[in-house]
Design a binder for this molecule. Sequence first.
Ligand code: WTA
Length: 632
Amino acid sequence: MANFKIQNKADYEQSFQESVNQPEAFWNSIADNYTWRKKWDKTLEWNFTDPDVKWFINGKLNITENCLDRHLEQRGNKIALIWEPNDPKEMSIRYTYRELHSHVCRMANVLKKLGVTKGDRVCIYLPMIPELAFAVLACARLGAVHSVVFAGFSVNALADRIQDSGCKLVITSDGLNRGAKQIPVKSVVDEAIASCPLVEKVLVVNRLNWPIQMKDGRDIWYHEALSHEGDSCQATEMDSEDQLFILYTSGSTGKPKGVVHTCGGYMVYVGYTFQNVFQYNESDIYWCTADIGWITGHSYILYGPLLQGATTLMFEGVPTFPDPGRFWQVIDKHSVNSFYTAPTAIRSLMASGVDHVLAYSLHSLKVLGSVGEPINEEAWHWYHTHVGKGRCPLVDTWWQTETGGIMISALAGISDLKPAHAGLPLPGIQTLLVDNEGNEITGEGVEGYLCIKFPWPSMIRTTYGDHERCRQTYFSNYKNLYFTGDGARREEGGIYRIIGRVDDVINVSGHRFGTAEIENAINQNKKVVESAVVGFPHDIKGQGIYAYVILGEGASNDNHTRDEIVESVVEYIGRIAKPDKIQFVSGLPKTRSGKIMRRILRKIAEGDTSSLGDTSTLLDPLIVDEIANGRL
Ligand code: WTA
């Protein structure tokens, strides 16, 4: 029987072996650590052809009983959630498990009154305030499928996501705080749902006391609805394979896809990985700086830590407000023990100088984590030395929205660390590298496409409303393999180093965008005839966005037009997808069949114009020189 908690290297090796040799027995013993209303009949059924994956078949549960109710007896008075506001002068709020349970039940009762039942989709468009945590868990309590949309997305991006999943309720706030700024939120929802006829109600949280427009019969203030509600709410019994949530993520086509996760497997895997990667101890205070609008926030601010009865910190603000010492101030203020952030944040804080870090003691820290993109060695060392004072293990965790939980990572204090290397796969994760034809590349010191050959409990089940897209994107490149879209190296000892995306996805500050998605947004601008977008190395963001744009007749290729194009992207997707560079060109390098040769555009954007490779198959080889000469 595998132990739930991995305590040392031998445990890890034994668990890993068992998970490969007897996956069902292994996962049975891990899943036994949770509360099930009814035990599963069968552990796993799967094929990667359809694909069709089912875990813990006919098991019945509610994930919130595992996140909340089961802790009440032992940990009722333990702090579950610490909320730290944007403005350090505002009070932070601490919720015990009992209090969090009661907030979630009350919100669930409000939702129930508004007609939300099992299987309904609810869109949550909220900033990082406690009500966001309540809303996510309240949906899960009722068996409603939550679709959290990052509150930085624009009207169009929000409308697309609401429509695609057919949400009937939207939960939002009047506005949000972002550093020194206050930004409207409800008005974005108002505009978005003008094109979403299925939305019946909008539940509005008062964050800023703004006098906003409330539409009669449709919009309801959360605090008003709440006053009638009691603090107990029966959790709805869910099947292991009932949908828990949808989370949209970008792929190689223009339209983001709704990654679907289900109740049982997701629960089992995120609790297990949270416990073991961060080596959580009962009295630790854990902080993940992601936004709950992304998968990292779902799995490792909310579900993972709460499943394990941890104290999790949620931060409303930004790393640079009121100054670039804010993260470190918050760590000292709340005596944070585990700190999980993104390389882009580390690089931007590095650029503000080490004095901001040295001003704080950081003596409470025991474990550091990194997620979202490859962490370069310089950032790794800075983080390890100045933040971790050389004494905290730094785990570099590789995973994806689609994987639900951490897949490749060191285990804090157990595994050997190698800067810029994610490490070994976790138990249950059967990784391999393949070449272009899908042949496995064995051995060490090799490089290839990163795939996974056996299901794990929290893997993507489908893309909402379009199963074929799920098959095409992840299961069609290589027979019987899940393809991650990443390239990787396997080094001595079997440890992995992730190289980055090999598809048309750009990872900007740890946020994924499809090149086609940004091109669509740019092409919304009437002056634009055509565009091609590629990533290029960026000191802080990891990758920046480089756009090549063909303008229509009469449009002037100046900075004013550039600003207008940027505005189109802001309007269509959001500020987070703003192009860093826009180069006007008279044509694009295309093959005779009309396909844009992005390889060439990527090289030019990177500044590597010496080896553009074979351009003879291009329709107009001369265009390459023009583009290379005009590089920004
Ligand atoms: C990249 C975020 C290198 C990778 C959890 C992956 C990483 C994509 C790492 C998923 C890491 C994530 N090292 N690359 N530690 N973590 N990535 O869906 O390219 O927002 O495919 O999930 O981020 O991004 P997503």
